[in-house]
Design a binder for this molecule. Structure first.
Ligand SMILES: Cc1ncc(C[n+]2csc(CCOP(=O)(O)OP(=O)(O)O)c2C)c(N)n1
Length: 547
């Protein structure tokens, strides 16, 4: 009878669950797991840092709607995954970290890389567990994969003491678990659908808010039908593209007016957290009527004073509301609400038109993003990571597909942009992956350019190089005049990183070169690094905030 070690058992269960790609950093005591995965034909992407491995896996999992898997070594290796677990849980992205830990026999004695890893992981995770016998490894991997993706996706951690990874057991004593139960999605309550429909139909100024829960539920069709009845909508940063941004009802460009002017709002798959200013005045009207569709009932008594909550899959929930609206006239039709938002959107767009057309050098951020917008195809995955550049991207870059725009999101975590693009490219190899990254944010994960090149993930990295955190504006505004420039950076030749890994590289100082350079990069059969020298004094309409 065949004997298998714990690593081989974990790998077999992953393979059984359909995992074909995983991420990590090679380290003990998990080398047996990685070797087992390779033997099973799973592609293991060995990253340069565990945090980046988590972000890449989260993006891969979020796009593919499957658990992203990371394998990390003991002690510091595993502890480097905490940020990734926290971000995945907060952003609703499915991530399973399998972390090695010190041998049970040396625990409490100062064993090699000993740490209370489950305790480190717990607050950042939906679920944690520690392997207590080699025989149970398939079962615990099965539970971890299922829990990461059940309900609202998030981070899950399983701790693997080294001696249990190495131990060999008869295959029969560690049976694999079947891993695809047919679990139905939460269906909407018809009475609540009817009540939400009435709320929307009788509103003078209705508005739909779209969060990434709608993207996760693939609510494209019902949401498009809902807004096409004549209800304007605003999307959260990662809720963009569920309804294509070129829909006439998209009022992202009139966000402030839409949020504060609406008398009735339906939130779909988003949270009333800081991104939507807790659903409260002054961002919203003090007497606004609020309804919410979400998988999680607990979301509904958090911040905003909700009138109606529907616990349902967003696609099914919105579908039921659309059905309930059939044949009903909307009171808002012809009320001028849409026209007033559309004119506000046009005014806001006009206010940035000059900057978008600017030929100045150093390059204006709005001009950079306009030219990126005009060059990339509709079917593209884009990651954005920065402060100023991210804010400008939100205003300028549209999104046409759900789960195709990844940014620092709920946690505002710098360091996500490079690995998100790597994970996105591996998840959707036929689409280009373009990362728009501030020079500071690029530095947080820049060595993953080598990872991308090594695994043939031809990401196009576009660095907005304004020489520091939000250019010099933080330095100039918040530090004493003449103080050492700690928020400023050297004018680094980041494009050389493209060269360094045998890829495409270019430095762009003239705005006229942005488009042709990006076209070449998109056509290149390699990773590309474009270093765009942007204006250190550049700013953003509406001010700068540091997420
Ligand atoms: C993990 C983490 N550390 C620090 C920050 C604070 N922070 C937000 S954006 C940013 C850097 C912004 O500079 P850059 O990436 O160059 O983009 P720019 O704003 O200049 O376009 C920093 C340090 C953060 N959000 N997350």
């Amino acid at each position: 009878m065949a004997e298998l070690n714990g690593g081989q058992l974990a790998a077999k269960q992953l393979k059984r669950a359909g995992i074909d790609t995983a991420f990590g950093v090679v380290a003990g005591p998990m080398i047996e797991v990685m070797a087992g995965m390779q033997a099973e034909g799973i592609t293991v992407v060995n990253c340069r840092h565990e945090e980046s491995a988590c972000f890449a896996a989260s993006a891969w999992g979020y796009i593919k709607k499957r658990p992203g898997v990371v394998v990390a070594g003991s002690g510091p290796g595993m502890i480097n995954t905490i940020t990734g677990l926290h971000v995945a849980t907060e952003s609703g992205m499915p991530l399973v970290v399998l972390g090695g830990s010190t041998d049970g026999r040396s625990r409490g004695l100062g064993g090699f890389q000993e740490a209370d890893q489950v305790a480190f992981a717990k607050p950042g995770c939906k679920w944690t567990a520690q392997v207590d016998s080699t025989e149970r490894i398939p079962e615990l991997v099965h539970l971890a994969l299922g829990k990461s993706i059940a309900g609202r996706p998030g981070g899950v951690y399983v701790d693997f003491p080294g001696h249990l990874v190495r131990k060999r057991v008869e295959e029969e004593r560690a049976p694999l678990r079947e891993s695809s139960p047919a679990v139905s999605r939460p269906h909407p309550d018809p009475a609540t659908a009817e009540a939400i429909a009435s709320m929307l139909a009788t509103a003078e100024r209705p508005l739909v808010l779209v969060g990434k829960g709608a993207a996760w539920a693939d609510a494209v069709e019902p949401l498009t039908r809902l807004v096409n009845l004549g209800i304007p909508y605003v999307a959260s940063p990662m809720g963009r593209g569920v309804v294509s941004d070129d829909n006439a009802m998209c009022m992202n460009a009139a966000r402030s007016a839409a949020l504060s002017g609406a008398d009735t709002i339906l939130m779909v798959g988003g949270r009333f957290n800081w991104i939507f200013q807790f659903g409260r005045a002054p961002r919203f009207a003090a007497d606004v009527r609020l309804a919410q569709i979400d998988l999680i009932a607990e979301e509904m008594m958090n911040a905003a004073n909700l009138e109606l909550g529907m616990v349902a899959d967003c696609a099914l929930g919105v579908g039921a509301v659309v059905e309930a609206l059939a044949g009903r006239a909307l009171r808002s039709t012809g009320s001028g609400w849409l026209d007033s938002l559309a004119s506000d959107a046009r005014k806001n767009e006009a206010a940035i038109a000059a900057q978008m057309a600017s030929d100045e050098q150093p390059i204006n951020h709005y001009r950079l993003l306009r030219d990126v917008r005009d060059t990339i195809p509709r079917n593209v995955n884009v990651s954005v990571d920065a402060e100023l550049t991210m804010g400008v991207a939100r205003a300028v870059l549209p999104s046409y597909n759900p789960r195709s725009l990844l940014n620092s999101g709920t946690t505002g975590c710098m360091g996500t942009g490079v690995p998100y693009a790597l994970g996105a490219k591996l998840a959707t190899p036929d689409w280009p992956a373009v990362a728009i990254i501030g020079d500071y944010a690029f530095g947080a994960a820049a060595m993953e350019v080598e990872t991308a090149a090594r695994v043939g993930a031809n990401v196009v990295f576009v660095i907005s190089n304004n020489g520091g955190i939000a250019g010099h504006s933080i330095q100039d505004r918040m530090f004493a005049p003449g103080a050492p420039p700690i928020a400023a950076l050297l004018p680094v030749d980041y494009e050389r990183m493209g060269e360094m890994v045998g890829g495409f590289s270019a430095r762009v100082t003239d705005p006229a070169d942005i488009r042709p350079t990006l076209e070449k990069a998109l056509a290149a059969d390699s990773v590309a690094v474009i270093n765009v020298i942007t204006d250190p004094k550049g700013g953003r309409r509406g001010g700068v905030y540091l997420a």
